[in-house]
Design a protein around this ligand. Structure first.
Ligand SMILES: *[C@@H]1O[C@H](CO)[C@@H](O)[C@H](O)[C@H]1NC(C)=O
Length: 225
């Protein structure tokens, strides 16, 4: 009897550890130039890629509290190694130059929250597949929205361009110049949302213009070169 109970406890612990629930995926891509702006020490990567790179694929919820650090399953070095060159290209750690640490952190904080549906390998593959399925820099370019030192763009034009390839509402995230005299935000991230299967596009919920609208900015943003 005691033995049976023991088995039961072990089983329950295992089950608890592998359980992680999320409601949808938020695929977050970042524009390296903005990422590195207004950083006192700049970025470790000096030759910035001329494309959006992955920040993370977040299995998350519509409303708070948002799931994070869902299990303590660390990213296996074998899994990481399997995707090494793709990570270097599409998911680099621009800020600190530590690609492995960056992906490991993203895995622990966010990837573990979709473990009920995606293993480590499946999760990294999914992030890279989504990244490769839409080239945001090209999607914007097709609408004449190109990185520029001084030009500003209408947020609505950026969203319209994105929707030609991902039909649902994206979230835009921007960074402000610490100098308050510059009221125009800088486009930093484009976030695309998917149902929990990672395939079906869905609208991003909640605030879809994070720091991108400012008093007197007239719904314009910089997309800096
Ligand atoms: C996220 O949503 C799922 C499904 O609705 C729920 O089971 C889970 O507890 C939520 N996570 C958090 C941190 O509230």
């Amino acid at each position: 009897m005691r033995f049976i109970f023991f088995i039961f406890v072990i089983f329950t612990i295992q089950f608890e550890c592998s359980r992680a629930y999320y409601e949808y995926f938020n695929m977050v891509q970042q524009w390296p130039v903005t990422l590195c702006m207004f950083r006192i020490k700049g970025c470790a990567v000096k030759a910035l890629p001329n494309k959006f790179t992955i920040h993370g694929l977040w299995g998350t919820n519509v409303s708070a509290p948002y799931p994070k650090d869902c299990t303590n399953e660390i990213l296996s070095p074998i899994t990481y190694g399997k995707f090494l060159s793709q990570i270097q290209n599409e998911w680099p750690d621009i800020e600190n130059g530590n690609d492995k640490g960056f992906v490991e952190t993203e895995w622990l904080k966010h990837g573990t929250c979709s473990l009920n549906k995606f293993t480590q390998i499946e999760y990294l593959q999914l992030a890279l597949d989504i990244k490769n399925s839409i080239s945001l820099i090209d999607v914007l370019k097709n609408a004449n929205i190109v990185p520029h030192k001084t030009a500003t763009y209408d947020i609505s034009d950026i969203v319209r361009a994105i929707k030609t390839s991902h039909p649902n509402e994206p979230t835009l995230m921007c960074k402000m110049d610490p100098n308050p005299r510059n009221v125009i935000p800088y486009l930093q991230e484009i976030r695309l949302c998917f149902e929990d299967n990672g395939i079906t596009p869905r609208n991003c919920p909640g605030n879809t213009r994070i720091m991108c609208i400012n008093k007197n900015s007239n719904n314009k943003v910089f997309f800096p070169a």
